[in-house]
Write a protein that binds this ligand. Structure first.
Ligand code: SF4
Ligand code: SF4
Length: 431
């Protein structure tokens, strides 16, 4: 089936992709011999999972090690077979702390997956997705069993293969290497949702993936290379022409978006009973010796992954978890792979902004590019004055999707997206 042209949206930014650094590197398993695997209990939106194992216990790959607590949460499973050496609070390398279950792998392949799902009706699929701890793997980390149970009827499932952030190629490689499983996983999700239509959105800079999916029979929406194309609201508009109003959810216009990696995880959960225990991660940037895509167990240490890529160069000045636009700056190499880690970037001074901000020159470029039609310079003014209510009343900050396009385009290097995040945080605390 020939790809369908997408509806255009006219804001956002055109970014240098840098995909060439790793797009031809197949997903390979790194050598993690001798490494401890530290699995965080907070890898998703909602309450942290509650550990159900203790130090000294042997656990099998795929065995539940933590259960979901509260309405919004996700279970966590052992990603390797071995002995639990600690259940303790640690720094997460991203500026926070949480509980970890630490496992010393014993090198065996013993597994504790669920049986293949026989009854593939909506309720059974949703329960399997919940049991397997599947969350949105595109970065949001929202538990998938909840997202696939919207309160209103949905007719369209959109599979997100946009991967619009520079450097990241994990989804591109995943699509090229697992097309049929992704199509089947999308089918299971559509059954769970009761959706009659499945679309897959792929940016034009991934022609091999787009061609493969065209052959699969799934309608492909060929998207312009434009940031933030992967944002749910923009993807829904470009694929269906439906507009999600501020404060509304995709389900309100009859659509749900799920990432391609989530579709693969759902397929493996349904057909093989495999929980979400591993994912493909891109290691890239001019500050790493050999950029690669690595298939990593959840909890794999960044330091070992960097070694698998030939090591971090001395010229690296900044490390980021995720993409350069929405990722989190790392405080050290003690970060680990989580269910939502799409990449680790190692950036040199040429690739990142290390200069201090200067005064706003009122050029208006931040407002010109904002895909949500906000006024970032005005919002930053209110945030600096700690007038958070005005930031919402006059700046509409709660509609911000935190894409970072405003900060990127600003000639004065103002930390606009950071200011907006601060305002949103303060307003949420007050609510
Ligand atoms: S204000 Fe928010 S939505 Fe608009 S460009 Fe900045 S980060 Fe993106
Ligand atoms: S882009 Fe930067 S300098 Fe221009 S108006 Fe916005 S904040 Fe001011």
């Amino acid at each position: 089936m020939k790809a369908i042209k997408a509806k255009p949206f006219f804001r956002g930014v055109r970014l240098r992709g840098r995909k060439e650094l790793s797009e031809n590197m197949s997903a390979e398993r790194p050598d993690l011999a001798g490494c401890e695997i530290a699995i965080p209990m907070k890898q998703h939106v909602g309450a942290p999972a509650q550990p159900i194992v203790s130090a000294g216990e042997r656990v099998l790959r795929g065995q539940p090690i933590a259960v979901g607590t509260g309405t919004v949460c996700a279970a966590v499973h052992a990603s390797v077979t071995g002995t639990v050496t600690a259940v303790e609070e640690r720094a997460d390398g991203r500026g926070g702390r949480c509980m970890f279950v630490v496992i010393a792998p014993d090198g065996t392949d013993d597994e504790a997956f669920y049986p293949s799902l026989e009854q593939r009706d909506p309720a059974s699929i949703l329960q399997r997705i919940r049991d397997c701890g599947i969350v949105g793997m595109g970065g949001a980390g929202f538990p998938s069993h909840i997202k696939l149970s919207p309160p209103v009827p949905v007719d369209t499932l959109i599979v997100n293969g946009a991967e619009c952030e520079p450097y990241l190629t994990c989804d591109d490689v995943l699509m090229r290497e697992n097309r049929d499983a992704i199509v089947r996983g999308a089918g299971y999700m559509a059954t769970a949702l009761g959706a009659q239509r499945i679309l897959i959105g792929i940016e034009r800079n991934k022609p091999r993936a787009a061609a493969l999916f065209e052959e699969s029979g799934l309608p492909v929406i060929l998207l312009k290379k434009q940031y933030p194309m992967g944002s749910e609201k923009h993807l829904i508009y470009c694929c269906t022409g439906r507009k999600v109003a501020p404060g509304k959810l995709p389900a309100d216009v009859g659509a749900v978006v799920q990432n391609v990696a989530t579709a693969l995880a759902v397929c493996e959960a349904v057909e093989r009973g495999k929980p979400l225990i591993e994912r493909v991660v891109t290691l890239s940037g001019d500050g790493i010796t050999t950029p690669k895509n690595l298939l990593c167990p959840i909890g794999a240490p960044l330091s070992a992954l960097a070694n698998a890529c030939g090591g971090i160069k001395e010229t690296a000045v900044k490390m980021v978890a995720g993409g350069p636009m929405t990722g989190t700056a790392l405080t050290g190499t003690n970060a680990v792979v989580t269910k939502t880690t799409s990449g680790f970037l190692f950036m040199t001074a040429d690739e990142t902004n290390t200069q201090p901000p200067t005064n706003c020159i009122n050029c208006g470029r931040c407002a010109d590019v904002c895909p949500m039609h906000l006024m970032p310079m005005q919002t930053e003014f209110y945030v600096n004055a700690k007038e958070y209510d005005k930031a919402e009343t006059y700046g509409g900050v709660l509609a911000c999707i935190e894409c970072g396009a405003c900060s990127y385009i600003c000639p004065a290097r103002r930390p606009l997206a950071q200011a907006i995040k601060t305002a949103k945080e303060q307003l949420r605390r007050k609510a």
